[in-house]
Design a protein around this ligand. Structure first.
Ligand SMILES: Cc1cc2nc3c(=O)[nH]c(=O)nc-3n(C[C@H](O)[C@H](O)[C@H](O)COP(=O)(O)O)c2cc1C
Length: 210
């Protein structure tokens, strides 16, 4: 049976546009592939361990072939559990609001925990990298403003370029992206933008897992 991770990163629950569109996308996937198991997680509700000095030292121990102390090993075991859980899917739908032109800190915390050498990526000779997990990803973005390509506003967008990049860096193929923009505009504009994104989610979601 194929598994899809629906990973959301807004704490706004039912008010969240990124979550609403991501859920519609995942539901369209499930309709197109009824045996698909969809697992939903929100980074604000996950019990994320701190990425503290012990976990960091363990990361450097691995990079420099050093042995962990018991405390470092304990910290690293929690990181390993998260990575193992993240790598267990065939499909990924990752939703992110724009916060200060980037992604919410809690999603960055999760990425800092799971993006680890020898687990989710490896270094190749000559300075290149290779992702070590496999799967197909879709990214769903919500923003209060609008950041169209080939406009000066595009330079402020550190949200979608970063998230698409880091998912690809770990080996995932980002196959579809949906943007819900102008979520802070007047009611007519924001409802029209949301409706358009929901329609896109139904269409792209139906094709995503087939
Ligand atoms: C802390 C914070 C920072 C934000 N920063 C930006 C920003 O830099 N640019 C922008 O266009 N919207 C910004 N917004 C607006 C959100 O991107 C917008 O409300 C979006 O719909 C949030 O996604 P959600 O509906 O899934 O929670 C910010 C909102 C919050 C709460």
């Amino acid at each position: 049976m194929s598994k899809l991770l629906l990973l959301t990163s807004s704490p706004r629950e039912k008010r969240s546009r990124s979550t609403a569109v991501a859920k519609a996308f995942a539901e369209a996937c499930r309709k197109a592939r009824p045996e698909l198991e969809v697992v939903e997680k929100n980074v604000f509700e996950m019990d994320l361990p701190p990425f503290d000095g012990y976990a960091l030292q363990a990361k450097y121990n691995i990079m420099h072939s050093r042995v962990h102390t018991p405390r470092e090993l304990r910290a690293w075991s929690a990181v390993e559990r998260l990575i193992e859980e993240f790598a267990a899917y065939d499909f990924y739908v990752v939703a992110a609001p724009m916060w200060n032109f980037s992604i919410p800190y809690r999603l960055k915390h999760y990425i800092d925990l799971i993006c680890q050498p020898t687990y989710t990526f490896e270094s190749l000779p000559g300075g290149a990298y290779q992702g070590l997990i496999q799967g197909k990803a879709a990214t769903i973005y919500a923003r209060g403003g609008s950041y169209p390509e080939n406009t000066p506003a595009a330079a402020f967008n550190h949200q979608s370029p970063y998230l698409d990049f880091i998912l690809g860096f770990m080996g995932l193929t980002v196959d579809a992206s949906i943007f819900v923009e102008m979520t802070l505009a007047d009611q007519i504009t924001r409802e029209a933008r949301l409706d358009a994104a929901m329609a896109q989610a139904e269409e792209l979601g139906a094709a995503f897992c087939s």
